[in-house]
Write a protein that binds this ligand. Structure first.
Ligand SMILES: *Cc1c(COP(=O)(O)O)cnc(C)c1O
Length: 383
């Protein structure tokens, strides 16, 4: 039997060894060092922002971004139901509440029309902000997630944010290299958050980044992620801070990975094009498409089984697994998650449908054409 094809694995073929060795040889392994500074500068450049602050994870970046934006206990944040759980958890860390909004059926991103509907019918304006009629809580922010790397419709969301006085944090953890209306994701809201977890388009093993054009917010983020130290010598701390720093070792890997981003984006695009060419003629799958205003990084290639498919996604996953091909369903939508059962949601039917039918397919940047052809043969043999 031929080798197992994993869903998505890191690709560490650049200067990773060289840069990590430099850290080890110089002793600069911890949370201060030239690679942290270099990685922040390179990420600011990649995301097209003035500032970038490295963090220990994408979740830490989201938690910090929500804090510096001033989201308070018992306020609410609008976010998509169909997402990995981290942004919902980050909202809860603050004692604040996510409200889960449905996604659109074509691009699978938080639907601006449904956000508008929630604000219009579910909320009221008062002199001190927008309040949820059902809960009485103030709505504090929008937290769109660029799910699977495809950008949300930021033009519409930015317009809604302006209309309702709501700042935006972009969860760009999956969308490094994607663009929306020509602008990099992570540069459009007040703050953007990235992740360098093992399965993201670039990895540092674990890590994250906050991007922003706002110097005050960046400074506050740096302060809170480094234990809120006011006096370096006397250990005077002006607030309850966090140890959310990225280490120099991780940043060294990050610098090497970021150098390869253009090649990784090419690989992801090539893989997406090959799946599209092979699966579209079968009419048995609903395939992802790129919006006219978007450039996706094709981070995790995901297709939907046709509503009429004989096998459900669990059966397909098991059959493919038996043939040595790893696939993965979508995340359980947040409005169904036991972890967030006390949170409000707003008509999340599309998210449920996508969850039932979606499967992510192998798309490591190292996936070669012949291995992908094997995956495609296994997919075609299903019917
Ligand atoms: C990966 C991911 C995160 C969190 O990143 P970590 O670095 O694993 O903490 C947050 N949001 C989304 C949508 C993600 O996919």
């Amino acid at each position: 039997m031929s080798a197992f094809v994993p869903l998505s694995v890191p690709n560490l073929v650049g200067n990773e060894w060289k840069y990590v060795k430099e850290c080890l040889d110089s002793g600069w392994v911890s949370s201060v060092g030239s690679y942290v500074t270099r990685f922040e500068a390179a990420m600011a450049q990649a995301a097209g922002t003035q500032h970038a602050v490295a963090t220990a994870s994408g979740t830490a970046a989201l938690h910090t971004a929500l804090m510096v934006l001033g989201v308070l206990r018992d306020e609410e944040v609008l976010m998509p139901s169909l997402t990995f759980i981290a942004p919902a958890n980050a909202v809860r860390y603050l004692g604040a509440w996510p409200v889960f909004i449905d996604c659109d059926p074509v691009y699978w991103q938080m639907d601006p029309a449904k956000v508008q509907d929630f604000l219009h019918r579910g909320c009221e304006r008062r002199s001190n902000g927008v309040f949820n009629r059902a809960t009485g809580r103030r709505v504090a922010a929008l937290l769109p997630v660029h799910v699977l790397g495809h950008p949300c419709d930021m033009t519409a969301l930015v317009a809604l944010g302006k209309e309702w006085g709501l700042p935006i944090i972009e969860d760009a953890t999956e969308s490094l290299g994607s663009r929306c209306g020509g602008k990099p994701t992570g540069s459009i809201g007040r703050l953007g958050c990235f992740s360098f977890n093992g399965n993201k388009i670039i990895t540092t093993g674990g890590g994250g980044m906050i991007t922003t054009d706002d110097a005050v917010l960046a400074e506050r983020a740096r302060y809170l992620t480094t234990q809120a130290k006011d006096d370096q010598v006397e250990f005077v701390h002006g607030a309850v801070g966090y140890n959310y720093r990225l280490t120099n070792l991780q940043a060294a890997v990050g610098c090497a990975q970021l150098e390869q981003l253009p090649a990784f984006l090419d690989a992801k695009r090539r893989i997406a094009t090959a799946y599209d060419a092979a699966l579209r003629p079968t009419g048995r799958w609903t395939l992802p498409v790129q919006a006219p205003w978007a450039e996706t990084n094709w981070w995790l290639y995901t297709a939907l089984l046709a509503p009429t498919a004989k096998l459900d996604r669990r059966a397909v996953l098991a059959l493919l697994q038996a043939g040595g091909v790893q696939t993965r369903p979508f995340w359980q939508p947040m409005h169904l998650s036991p972890a967030h059962r006390d949170c409000q949601s707003w008509h999340c039917d599309v998210a449920e449908d996508l969850w039932q039918r979606g499967l992510s397919l192998p798309c490591s940047t190292s996936l070669d054409a012949s291995t992908q052809a094997r995956v495609i043969a296994a997919l075609l043999a299903l019917h």
